[in-house]
Design a protein around this ligand. Sequence first.
Ligand code: 5AD
Ligand code: SF4
Length: 447
Amino acid sequence: MTNAKHKKLFIKTWGCQMNVYDSNRMADVLAPLGYKPVDTPEDADMVILNTCHIREKATDKVFSELGRLREHMEDKKAKGGRMLMAVAGCVAQAEGDFIMQRAPYVDMVFGPQTYHELPQMVMKATGERVVNTDMPSDSKFDHLPQENDNQGVTAFLSIQEGCDKFCTFCVVPYTRGAEYSRNIKGISEEAKKLVDVGAREITLLGQNVNAYHGEDAQGRTVGLGGLIAALAEIDGLERIRYTTSHPRDMDQELIDAHKDIPKLMPFLHLPIQSGSDRILKAMNRQHTADTYRDIIADIKKARPDIAMSSDFIVGFPGESDEDFEDTMQIVRDVTYAYAYSFKYSPRPGTPAANMAGQIHDKVKIERIMRLQALLNEQQLDFNNKTVGKTVPVLFDRKGVKDGQLHGRTPYNQAIHVKAPERLFGQVVMAEVTEGNSNSLTGNVAIF
Ligand code: 5AD
Ligand code: SF4
């Protein structure tokens, strides 16, 4: 299958870290066909749009990007070449047929479960148009080569995919399919490879990462806490993180891992979505505001300095002023170091899209502005509280200014530190001298 002539591959990625990870895997799987990633679509031999369907206007964005890319396609054609055009990811999964109809120049549309079949699809597409939105039962992870070069000091590793929770607002169970966990062996091998090529921190990824239940070599089922304990044994790996978790899957083993495993960083992204029990029920979240508070109390017992992060949705169908105030209250109670908040956006095919009581955009805007003001205040507060402390910082890239390195604190805060380049890739104690809402500034304390 090797092709001596290099072909240019341009991948544009929208959405979450899972998609970034998948884009790297697509590049890996196409490498044996001679494709090499490039930074711009001009003159590319293949363009892949790796799309996200989770929130607003996803399909519109894809079509406008396709419109722009079409010019490059025409240019290439005028020069006697051919640019293969592919749409991948969750929009492809959800709207594959519609894309093929509305954009006849698209060669391939394929969903997240089919990336390992890409080489075959590409070979076929040079002859015919292809739609592949199957959800095969054997996982793509078992087939994708894992080169993982260029991930750098902080790397991502996908351990779980899909979701069986069916929150009523969410497309993931439909676009990514049923929950699937990779086995420990495959994950450990990939983690070791990442460390060999320079990773010092690995973030374990999954749509519902703490639902992880993979098999070990003896065929026993191991949860996320057990997997983290196994990975913590890898020499040279200094830090482990995971995202995104569901409150229902925050089991004792995982909570204890935060106490017992120093490599596991004290930062937890645990979406609550709403502080109102009525809305949580309508969302099918299967937890209440109080059970969430209890989980946080348990985690704080295990790791008192843990920094919390969350996702929020405002304006879910039927959300009253009172419901929204409950959300504001839980934010005040928990206090977050970081958070994402979204206006509810009806996703076709999900139960909430057809619920009565859809909220007017004006109300959603008012609510999200109030919520974000409170969350920003908390984030700034959290960062300011770090000022004056000395914290371990992992330097993961060059800073914007000369003589500066960029790093992360254990609490996932970005920090810019005046430091020599030789400290790149190391964990170094730094004193935090300044804080603002998005980052910190510091000096190297000891090295
Ligand atoms: N509307 C708004 N936000 C959504 N999310 C998921 N689906 C929707 C939707 N239909 C948000 C949730 C989730 C995050 C990844 O995206 O907060 O946790
Ligand atoms: Fe979507 Fe997360 Fe709910 Fe699964 S748990 S349905 S991925 S919001």
